[in-house]
Design a binder for this molecule. Structure first.
Ligand SMILES: N[C@@H](CCC(=O)N[C@@H](CS)C(=O)NCC(=O)O)C(=O)O
Length: 219
């Protein structure tokens, strides 16, 4: 089994967290977006979108982190996708994360991290729209988490992974999550209680630190 990605990428992190949590052995191939590794003919054959992560296993080539994680949970029978009703709720939150929750944060990544690194001026309107979207959906998640330790049931699932992924560049992109105490407390709990989540956070920070130092950018 081989994963193509970058430990600094929030989407790659979702799959790495699942692999570590399940405890699967795998090979890792770094796809450095800044070097254009995602635009080579070889990589585009795996994912014509030129995006990471990609998993190759036994002749199966998969892109989209959520699809890869669903494949892994089925292959290894992991509780990351619970049975029955909680399984349906896990899927509900994964789709919600893709359709709503993860819309604003990539815009903040572009405006507050990528553009300054490339010397391009920020667009305050894009930032305002992204923050409005984040606040709208964070209010829903905050209420859901008011009396819960995890997003679904009483354990870590793919729903937590897909939602918590937007915390990956928190220190660099400043989404207004601090206004939502239950969301903040849930994310802290994941870092405290789920070793795979803390490990991927550390790997993100190490990779981003090296990348930003390379570009001479302040973190
Ligand atoms: N919906 C995809 C998103 C993948 C994605 O956008 N990956 C980013 C890195 S986090 C990427 O490869 N960007 C490079 C590009 O699209 O050119 C998933 O969940 O896997």
């Amino acid at each position: 089994m081989k994963l193509y990605g970058d430990p600094g990428s929030g989407s790659t992190r979702r799959v790495l967290a699942a692999l570590y949590h399940i405890g699967v052995e795998f090979d890792f191939q770094l796809i450095d977006l800044f070097k254009g590794d995602n635009r080579t003919e070889e990589f585009l054959d795996l994912n014509p979108n030129g995006a990471i992560p990609v998993l190759v296993d036994d002749g199966v080539v998969l892109y989209e982190a959520a699809a890869i994680n669903l494949y892994l949970t089925r292959k290894f029978g992991s509780t990351l996708l619970p049975q029955g009703r909680d399984g349906a709720l896990t899927l509900q939150w994964m789709f919600w994360a893709a359709e709503h929750w993860r819309q604003g944060p990539p815009a903040l990544f572009n405006e507050r991290l990528a553009k300054p690194v490339m010397g391009i001026p920020q667009d305050p309107r894009v930032i305002a729209d992204a923050e409005a979207s984040i606040r709208k959906f964070a209010a829903v998640l905050d209420e859901h988490l008011a009396n819960r330790r995890y997003v679904v049931g009483d354990g870590f699932t793919l729903a937590d992974i897909d939602l918590a992924a937007t915390f990956t560049h928190l220190a660099r992109t400043h989404p207004p999550y601090a206004e939502f105490p239950h969301v903040m407390a849930w994310h802290e709990r994941l870092l405290d209680e789920v070793p795979a989540w803390a490990r991927t956070r550390d790997e993100v920070e190490e990779r981003m630190g090296a990348l930003l130092a390379q570009f001479g950018a302040a973190r």
